[in-house]
Design a protein around this ligand. Structure first.
Ligand code: ADP
Ligand code: MG
Length: 268
């Protein structure tokens, strides 16, 4: 049988359907323009890393993707469906609450500070959103939650309280919680930055496993080695604009922009 294999995983991803598309996005906090026309497309199975100095707009861009932040101009699409807006400029808001819920459900976020609910067990934390937001039955959600906790290596911590877990275990619980929504894509905002170096690796391993499963992901990270290892595409953000982007070999191996060169030499 003759079949043309894709030249590389990159080439395969480049032709896959877009899951998230951001087109010429502009976002200001009052007079401060934080995103100045940013476009990003994450295709199915693609891992995109966002790098850049503190304050360059990485978190803001991620939060705009799943509509945790408003934006003033540009388009945001999930699986080809554009966000419907009402109002314009600083008054622009999503018009359709059901659509916002659909976006949030499908673009699950993992935060730097885990944000687990301290008054709930680990299992309850993982089950909470599928039960309350999606209205799924416990009989369906609980086995999935336990399976996901096992997958991230803390199957024995289901009944524990967040405070009884290490930071690395809490972050892995937060990843299980994000996965329990059965999202189409995962958004990570510096998932290892709050952890001691020896605990970062256990979270890195989970992220690498997810990348190997070809999960669609956008990852904000200060960990250049992680970005180089897992990404199909890397975006360097500088003062709210994409300064340079490309495959990790190019960005890390042969950066073109002086700002990126400076950034990389300062982070190594
Ligand atoms: P990064 O994640 O790359 O460090 P952020 O997206 O957090 O950058 O921030 C980009 C810019 O927006 C910074 O100048 C920051 O101070 C500002 N900013 C972020 N959040 C807010 C907010 N809620 N209100 C006002 N300014 C903000
Ligand atoms: Mg940030």
């Amino acid at each position: 049988m003759t079949q043309t294999a894709p030249a590389s995983a990159d080439a395969a991803a480049a032709s896959a359907a877009p899951v998230i598309e951001i087109r010429d996005l502009h976002k200001s906090y009052g007079p401060l323009e934080v995103l100045k026309g940013v476009s990003v497309t994450a295709r199915r199975g693609q891992v995109i890393s966002l790098i850049g100095s503190s304050g360059s707009g990485k978190s803001t861009l991620l939060r705009c993707c799943n509509l945790l932040e408003d934006s003033q101009a540009g388009e945001i699409l999930f699986e080809g469906e554009a966000v419907k807006w009402q109002g314009a400029g600083l008054a622009r808001r999503p018009a359709d609450r059901a659509q916002v819920t659909r976006f949030r459900t499908n673009l699950s976020m993992v935060f730097q500070q885990f944000n687990l609910w301290s008054h709930m067990s680990i299992l309850q934390n993982v089950m909470e959103a599928p039960l309350t937001v999606l209205g799924r039955p416990v009989a369906e959600v609980e086995p999935l939650a336990r399976e996901l906790l096992a997958k991230v290596g803390i199957g024995d911590k289901a009944e524990a309280w967040p405070a009884q877990l290490s930071g690395g275990q809490q972050q892995r619980a937060a990843i299980a919680r994000a996965l329990c929504m059965r999202p189409e894509a995962l958004l990570f905002d510096e998932p290892t930055s709050a952890l001691d170096p020896e605990l970062q690796q256990e979270v890195v391993k989970v992220i690498k496993d997810l990348a190997a499963e070809h999960r669609t992901m956008i990852l904000v990270t200060h960990d250049m080695r992680l970005a180089a290892d897992v990404s199909d595409h890397v975006i360097f953000l500088h003062q709210g604009k994409i300064e340079e982007e490309g495959p990790p070999e190019a960005l890390f191996g042969a950066p073109k922009s002086e700002r990126l060169k400076q950034f990389l030499s300062a982070t190594l």
